[in-house]
Design a protein around this ligand. Sequence first.
Ligand code: ADP
Length: 975
Amino acid sequence: MNTFFKTIVPQTTALGSTPFLRNFLLLLFFSLLMGLSALAGSKHVLLISSYNSGFPTFFQQVEGIKSVLDDKNVVLDIECMDSKRFFTAESNRLFKELLQYKLANTRTYDAIITTDDNALNFVLDNQASLFAGIPVVFCGVNDIAVALNQNSNPLVTGVVEAVSLKETVKIMVNLFPDTKTVYAIVDGTSSGQGDLKTYYKVAETMPNVEFKEIALHKTTYNSYKQQLQAIPEETPVLLLSAYFDSTGQVVDFGQCMQLLNENLKAPLFHLWEHGLGDGVLGGKIISHYEQGKFAATILQGMWLGEKIEEIAVNSTSPNRLMFDYEQLVRFGITERTLPNKSIIINKPVSFITKYKAFLGWFLAIIVVLTAFILVLSYNFFKQQRIKRILVQQNKDFEALNKKHLKQNEQLSAAQIQLEENEKRFWHLFENNPVSLWEEDFTELISCVKQVPCAYEDLPKYLDDNPGFVQKCAEAVTITEINKATLKLFGAKNKNDLKNNLSVTFNKKSLETFKKLLVALANNKLRFIQETEYVSLSGERIFAILYVFTFEKLSKSIVAIVDTTIIKQTQEELSNKLSELQQSEQELKSINEQLVAAKDQAEESDRLKSAFLANMSHEIRTPMNGIMGFAELLSEPQLETELQQSYISIIQKSGERMLATINDIIDISKIHAGQVKVNFEQIDIVEELQTVYEFFKPEATSKNIDFRMQQHIPEAYNLVYTDKTKLDSVFNNLLKNAIKYTDKGQINLQATVNNENYTFVVKDTGIGIPENRLEAIFERFVQADIADVNAKEGAGLGLAITQSYVKMLGGKIRVTSTEGEGSEFTVDIPFKRPSQNTKNHKFTAVGNGEQMKNAKFTILISDDDHVSIELLKVFLKDYSKKIIVTTNGPDAIKMAKNNNDIDLILMDIKMPEMNGFEATQQIRAFNNSVKIIAQTAFARPEDSRKAMAAGCNAFIAKPILKEELLAQISKLFSLS
Ligand code: ADP
């Protein structure tokens, strides 16, 4: 590649950082050249080169010329003599003839440039014939004499070419100061040999340095190579000429340099430009470029007005100090050690240095570009900003997109869910046990909204306009109903129900529907109302109506909850509740009674405890009398009077004890509810008289005036009542009256009216405190230590009395004043005996005359010997024979064996067989014998049982002689 392109191409490469910038600069450069050419006008120049285009200096010279002359305005023809290869008379002639021919057939040249000696010599030789009148400028001429001679030639001028050998050698020595030797490479060419002479002349001026030579023409290439290789690294070598060896083998400069580069390790200096950059370190160099440029500059001066004859030949060769940067670096030579004005090629130069000439343009371009770049930068940054925004937006968009995708997924899932829900809804709707309706209220709502009255007046309007209500009802569109609805209304299918919808409405449903209309008119979406419907078969349905309206759709779900069973249950529950309340009330009263009973029981318990203590007293006291006086009776020689007195005391004590025991038995019976009333006909007057007579002696003995006033008409003498109980009533009242009266009077009064007998026992005794008036009728009161008035007695008398009076259907009351006396009043209902009522009145024992004469055969059956003995004593005077058995079977046996037995006194409680059974068996074979049951079991049922077994009479132990005789007398009708 030639130097021109070497220079240009790196420029473009360096500049071409961007295709745009490179193209822009090239355009600018060529435009500039075109502009300059236009100014100069068109010239025709012939360049005659001594050598050919293959010679290294050729293009350097041409480039130098062209660096001044513009291609566009100057046509440069080149003719090469090629004298390096062909320099004979023949070649010279042929060149001349050819040139002659060309000159004759072309336009006359404006100027001729010659390069190197041979071309100038050719022109000078043929100036007159070929180049007459044409100015000639030469360059590269080594022959100084010929060159300077041209100062006298008016059409020829130019510049000489002289090597700067001395300066170069000096540079070599200076740059490598350690070396003591320098080498010169030379061949047999004339220029080489000429330079060698100069070389040795310089050596004379530098005695300290040894000047050596390698003469190629004296040796072969192989030896030459060895010589080159032998030169030490730090020894500078000057290339003068090396084109052929001793064998005449020619190499061109390229091959010459190749040989040197391959074999020489020492620094290589040269006097010409060629080779620099291809291995030559440098030197003060003849620059063929400068030569060409110098010649072209003279031409340009001529064209600008200078006259050639006035331009002197330049005898100073325009040599340059030039070095190859790469070689400097290779041998460690710094720029500082180089001579001034040295040119360093291949040095990486700054842009400004390299393109100084274009700096103005560059600056302008840079300004433009800067502006452009600024704009671009602005746009770029704007784009970047927009890009960032876009990226961000993109990210946002992606995020949004993701979100949307997610939402989409969610929506899809929601859609699926919705569909699922819808399916579920309809499944639930269809199979719901509650009656469900889906209805469309669109028309209904618009119907309601058309009401021509204020909302407040709507209820009244609906009442007054049944037609409108009907219209509204027809506006309801039933979309769906479920199975439960059909079942509830007893409809066969949807249409059946729709067609008979009016049947399902009763008054209450209609009222509910009106309320619904009011709610809808008020935009209420929820409506709940307790109501009624009628099934298609006419049964009443109690229900709760729920209406849920969906705002925009106007669709409604209507639920009718059947509450019929609930209603019925409610009614039942209500009934049950009132029953329960009643029961509760009853329980409450029972509870109260129980509490009262409990209190009473507690009180009774307290009284009972006191009673037991009192009983002990009441039994021990008479027992004390009996035991004590019985003991006294056993004393021998006791006076009869005293004896009778003791016996009397014993009897009274016994009676007292018996009375106490009787009272206990009676109150026990009463309390156990075992006392039965045995009504019979009695003569009340007779009864009163008996009682009066019975108590008269006792009263008299206490100096009490005992009187009786009975005002009972004869018609009321006979009464149907229980004699025993009536006796007991009188006995108790009179006994107390005597007991609690120490002086004064006792009155027994008896009156009667149509309904009642009234008996009054009035005394002037100690009286009863007011706060005790009720308590005295309670059991065991006597035993209560609070009863300060109590005298001897078990405190049971009045309790028994009150019970008996009640049993007889009567009442007892008391009034009393403490210290003055008491008054007991008894009312007994008057019951007239029926006509056929048999008079069971016992015949009174009478005077006992018949009895005295009677002599009976008597069987006593008793396991208690005391009782047997007592009976024997009682019946001693009335028996002709007394048979005794101690058990049932013996009694039967005796009765069988003794037909003469008149009377059997049958004890009930006996070993082996009791009295009831024995009696029954005796009755089996003897119905006439009189049997009296005698037993310590004194209960009425015992008596009844005995009678049922076949006994004729019943007598309770302890047996009183008189009572026994009275019974016997009665049985045998003895008076
Ligand atoms: P008692 O058999 O021990 O006398 P009652 O039940 O007959 O028991 O009488 C209860 C109480 O009533 C007596 O203890 C007495 O205090 C009082 N009482 C009964 N009758 C009279 C009366 N006529 N005068 C005064 N107090 C009487």
